[in-house]
Structure formats: C-alpha cells, structure tokens
Design a protein around this ligand. Structure first.
Ligand code: FAD
Length: 642
C-alpha cells in the first residue's frame, strides 16, 4: 500500500497533507513552497552556487511529497546559468502515492507542470533505488526507497548540497540521529553545504558529532530560526571507498554500433563528450541488435534475485528512452507481456502476493495473469502465468539509430577495428592495415562477442569471460485472420511470440528463439525454424495451430544473430586497464534491450563520479568477468586510477 495520507481542510487548494503514521503535517502551516525555497535552496546558496558548473548533486533525506525536488527542478529550469546535469538523490521509507504527490502540488500552480511529469514516473516503487529522468536526461532523480541510513550505505557519490528534511525530530527521531547523519556525511566532501528547518538541540548535537558546522539563521515564518552550515570535520576525512574524481568530458571512441555501443555514445554525448562510434558494418545495428523486434520484460524470481532487481532498473531506463525517442506503434509497443510459466509455476516473491506489504508497488510491474488475459492467448483458466505491465516489444535498430543521432556522436561505418594502441595520452583505433581510424582519450569496447578479441590486444592478464550464443527467430507475414487468431500482446516463458510488428514487408509475427552456445554462425537454418515451431506449440498451442500452415508451406522467414553472454548472465561493464581509460560494455546476453541503457548510464556515472543508477552492490556485480583464475579489477583500484 502507498503511504496513507489524510488531507486536512484548511482552506488551501487540495487540503493540507497529514501523516497518521507520524502524527505530523507534511509541510509547514504556511505551505511548503516558501520553506523549500527559503530553507533549502537559499540555505544551500542555490541557485548561485551551481552557476556555470557542469553538474550539481543535491542529497535529501525525506522525499515526502516531493516538494523540495519540484522547487529545485523549477529553479534549475529558470536559471540561464544552470548546470548541464542536475542530480537529486532522495531517501524515503514510506513512499506516497503518485496521486498524493500531484495533489500536494496543486497549492502551487507554478509547480503543477513539473508535478504532472513526476507523477507519470512514480510507479513500481519497490524497496531499493529508482532512477527517474526528466528534461531529456538533464534532471535526474534517484529515489532510494528504504531506511535512510541503510540506503545511503548503498550509494557512492559526493553531494554538493544536502537538504535535511522529514517529520519533526520529536515524532520521527531516527531520520535526525547521528546514525543517519553519519551516513549523510559519507556522501559529503569538505565544504558541502547543509540546510534544515529545525534547530532542535539533539539535531545540532548529532550534526556536530558527525563533522557538520552549523549555525542558526533567521527562519521562515512560523519558524523563528533555521539551521545552515557545512561539512567541515575537525578530523581528516578517511573514506572507506575513495571518492571518484569528476572526469572532464573529452573524446571517446566506441567500438561497435549495436545497442550497447550506441547507448554508451548517447550517455557520454549528453555529458558533453565528443564520441566517434566505429563499426565494421555498413549500417548501424548490424549485429545481434539487427533483430527485427525483441521483447522487454522483467525477470521475476521467488527470491527477487540480483538479476530480477537489475532487470527492473534496466527496464525503467529503457522505457524512459523509448518514450522519449521512439514512435509508439511502429518502433515499439509497451502494451505489456504475458509470461506463461511453463517451467516454474510459482515465481512471485511472497511479499508481492495480494494483501502483502509490497503488493501494490509490485503489481505496477508484475501480477498473476487474469483469466481474461489467459483467454486472449487461448490458454485455459488456471494456467500459471504472469502479467508484466511495464513490458512490450521494441525494434532495437530504431533505438540504436536514435542514440547515434544524439548531438556529439559521429557514426563511422565500414571501420573495422583490428587493434587498439596507446600513443602518449590517447588511444588509437587501428584497422587491419595499421591505419589510424580514430584517436581519443577514452575507448569503450562494445563489439559484442568480438570484444573478446579486441580486449586481448590490450594485453590483459586474463581474457574476458564471454561466450557466443547463436539464436534464430522465425517470422511470417499476417494472412487474413491471423490478427484475430493470435494474442493481442506478446507472450514469453518458453521462447516467445510477438504477434504483430509492422515491418517494411507488412504486419508480421515473430517467434523464437533458438539458443546454441559456442556457435557464431548467422546463417539461417530450417531445423531452427522447426525448433521454434516446437517451442511455440508448448507456449501457445492455439497460435501454433493457426501458424502451422505457414511453417509447413515454407512461408516462414528467419533471422539469426549471435548473443554475447557472461558466466553470471549479467553484462560486463567496467574499466579494463589500471588507467581506467579503456572500458568494456558487452555481455548483454538475451537482454540487450533491458541492459544497454542501464550499463551506459552506469559507465557515465562512474566516469563522472555521479550517483550510480543502481545500488553499489548491484553495480559491482556488473564489473567485467575474466576467465577462470582471474579476479575482476577491484573497484577500489578503478576509483584510485581514474
Ligand atoms: C535470436 C535472438 C533473439 C534475441 N531476442 C532478444 C529479446 O527479445 N530481447 C532482448 O532484450 N534481447 C534479445 N536478444 C539479444 C540482443 O539482440 C543483444 O543482447 C543485443 O543486441 C546486443 O547488443 P550489442 O551492442 O552488445 O551487440 P551487437 O548488436 O552484436 O553489436 C556489436 C557491433 O560491433 C560491431 N563490431 C564487432 N567487431 C567489430 C570490430 N572489430 N570493429 C568495429 N566494429 C565491430 C558489429 O558490427 C556490431 O554492429 C536476442 C538476440 C538474438 C540473437
């Protein structure tokens, strides 16, 4: 259940929000807008402090109804000298519903357009980190759902400003204690400014204990005083994990113009990098990303495994990009996916079941399929199946082309990279004849399975652990009656069927895919079509019966490609050398649509010392894996060496 809020009638538009859990109002009696502007923004010297900076990062304890975020975003938008990127990281143990967040903003008409956009993205807030992006990716909100001190242990960045907010220290002491402030201090550098509306003695003492120097300043009515200060401990700051330095945007070579490489290019270009994407092929998305259409659907497991959680973060990131860049209906369709649980009937974590604490947030993502949805696929009632609401199909090449069109990205076809060489402080990409194709301070290898060979030329102590997995999909054009005989949404679970995708040849269905390890052939094979048909019979017997004629009369066409997988089934993302200026981004396996954007944003965040898009431990799980006997590059080394 979202947090219960009571709306008190006090004459303000929409009423005044009150928390029965804490017995306190969400905002000051005089309204929250003035408090947000005066106490927090001005209290941290904003907007002047962020003028002409490339990036700015605000950390807030207590997201509440999002008013401080909305006010900061509005101030950023109004400021001609605003930073290129605004990060806002906020913790919240009891997230309010999207409707309540919008209702709370009704009292402030100037914030309503911002609040509507926020509302649109406030769904599926399960415990953990959620990244919401606005303004084409220039305003980034990282919502940490859970206890503040626990969640802040899972982040690694340096905040420029800290807003300490929350219910009164008397009614919610935990968020104001030394335990929480210690976690906040870990995210500060010497000089990080801090502001709050309370001057409670216990708060001042706890802040002082954790290295903050604060003073009372004249308050915003009804408060006589507020508190302002900065992180200035009397002791030397020793960080468990050294803070990553903020790297300046420069030139970057990306090898490979599929989902992985194009996403990296776009993420870096948005931060001011000049990116050259080199690809051996004539056109973008010539490798596995040339798949006619692929599925985007979360992984679900009873223990909500690392893969499941990462898949949700990845899907949220891809949906945001697709929403921004693609044409719904022709390039993608986010209308949901039904998973027919053929092998494991019980997949949902116990806490997601109806009536349990996380049921509502979980249902935004995944819920048991209804009898109606089963009937639409010709499956009998009671068939074990899930409905993934935040899911659908995407044509990967459309995403790739959109990312390559980002200002700052230059695409170079027919540029096969044979070797990467080092020349003083830059990398050179060389072709087979030894000619220099491009030169840059940073290189990112995103060449699918070919990354293995390219990385070898860097003389790493061990080879990257990557495996090629051949796959073939079978597809055909709709005949009269096909649309009515197939489900109206894609189905996965044992192979998959995307029932209706508009291709240049006409409306098509796509079924697949085969899965053959250590095979790098992209030649279509008739026996693979037979295999796909066999799988379809188990997945969707009625659809398989309808398509039988097309399979038998040779009308079915095939597309084959090579996936690149890692032993952990997670992507491989991180620096390959001690100087951390040669990175790899590959190993997307069967989930390139889920992981490409997330990996690209993670790479950019690590390079720039920004807040990571996922919890630290999850991000570490994606560090490159090497062949047996070789450990991954330790993260402490990455940060030290950048
Ligand atoms: C049959 C099949 C079905 C799939 N279904 C789905 C699905 O439903 N959902 C999903 O999310 N994913 C699916 N995938 C996986 C998805 O296609 C991949 O994860 C994704 O496309 C990988 O993107 P990439 O950029 O890492 O690799 P690729 O798209 O393979 O791109 C690598 C690029 O590097 C270039 N390159 C290689 N070597 C060099 C070099 N030396 N110099 C220059 N350029 C070079 C290549 O030309 C290529 O363009 C499927 C894959 C297959 C094969």
């Amino acid at each position: 259940m979202p947090e219960r809020i009571e709306w008190l009638e006090d004459g303000s538009p929409g009423g005044s929000p009150y928390s029965p859990r804490f017995g306190d109002r969400y905002r000051s009696e005089n309204g929250g807008l003035e408090q947000a502007q005066e106490v927090f923004l001005k209290g941290c010297g904003l907007p002047e402090a962020w003028s002409r900076q490339p990036q700015w990062c605000v950390l807030e304890t207590g997201f509440g109804l999002g008013l401080n975020f909305l006010v900061t975003w509005a101030a950023w938008k109004a400021d001609p000298l605003r930073p290129r990127l605004l990060h806002f990281v906020s913790t919240e143990a009891y997230p309010a519903s999207a409707d309540d967040v919008l209702r709370s903003a009704l009292a402030h008409p100037e914030l309503i357009p911002f609040a509507r956009q926020l509302k649109h993205q406030l769904w599926g807030l399960l415990p953990g980190m959620h990244r919401l992006v606005f303004e084409g990716g220039q305003v980034v909100l990282t919502l940490c759902i859970g206890d503040a001190s626990t969640m802040l242990r899972e982040v690694s960045f340096e905040a420029d400003s800290v807003y300490l907010d929350g219910f009164s220290p008397r009614l919610n002491p935990d968020i104001w204690d030394a335990h929480t402030f210690k976690a906040v201090a870990r995210c500060c550098r010497r000089g990080t400014r801090v502001a709050t509306w309370t001057i409670a003695r216990s708060v001042r003492d706890a802040l002082a204990q954790c290295g903050f120097v604060v003073k009372k300043v004249p308050g915003t009515p009804p408060k006589r005083d507020n508190l302002q200060g900065q992180y200035e401990p009397a002791w030397e700051i020793k960080k468990h994990r050294p803070a990553p330095p903020h790297r300046l945007a420069a030139r970057c070579i990306v090898v490979g113009g599929g989902l992985a490489g194009a996403a990296v290019a776009a993420s870096l270009a948005r931060r001011g990098w000049q990116v050259t994407v080199l690809d051996a092929a004539d056109a973008p998305a010539a490798g596995a990303s040339g798949l006619p259409a692929g599925l985007l659907a979360p992984h679900v497991s009873p223990d909500d495994s690392l893969l499941s959680r990462l898949s949700r973060s990845g899907i949220r990131a891809t949906l945001q990009q697709a929403d921004l860049l693609l044409q719904a209906g022709s390039d993608w369709n986010p209308a949901g996916v039904l998973e027919h649980c053929l092998e494991h009937a019980r997949k949902l974590p116990a806490a997601w079941h109806a009536g349990q604490a996380l049921a509502d947030a979980a249902a935004d993502w995944t819920a048991p399929a209804t009898a109606g949805q089963l009937a639409q696929c010709g499956l009998p009632p009671g068939t074990p199946a899930l409905w993934h609401a935040q899911a659908g199909w995407i044509k990967p090449a459309c995403l790739v082309r959109a990312w390559l069109a980002t200002p700052g990205v230059a695409w170079r076809a027919r540029s096969a990279v044979h070797r990467l060489g080092r020349r003083t402080d830059a990398w050179q990409a060389l072709d087979a004849a030894g000619q220099v194709l491009a030169e840059a301070e940073l290189v990112v290898i995103a060449a699918g399975y070919d990354s293995h060979e390219l990385a070898e030329a860097l003389e790493l102590p061990c080879a990257l652990a990557l495996q090629p997995i051949r796959g073939q999909v079978s597809w055909g054009l709709h005949a009269p009656g096909t649309a009515g005989a197939l489900p109206v949404f894609p189905v996965n679970g044992h192979g998959s069927l995307v029932p209706a995708v508009p291709l240049s040849q006409g409306m098509a269905w796509i079924a697949g895919a085969t899965f053959e390890r250590d095979n790098t052939s992209t030649e279509p094979r008739p026996e693979d079509d037979a295999h796909n048909r066999h799988k379809l019979r188990a997945l969707l017997p009625a659809s398989a019966r309808h398509l039988a004629h097309q399979f038998e009369s040779g009308q079915v066409k095939a597309w084959a490609g090579v996936r690149c997988a890692t032993p952990s089934r997670l992507p491989s993302l991180g620096p390959l050398n001690a100087a951390a200026d040669a990175w790899v981004c590959t190993g997307m396996g069967s989930r390139g649509l889920t992981f490409a954007v997330l990996c690209a944003e993670l790479l950019a965040a690590r390079l720039h010392g920004e807040p990571l898009p996922v919890e630290r431990r999850q991000a570490d799980a994606l560090l490159p894996q090497f062949d047996k006997g070789c450990a991954s590059v330790p993260e402490s080394k990455i940060y030290r060496q950048i």
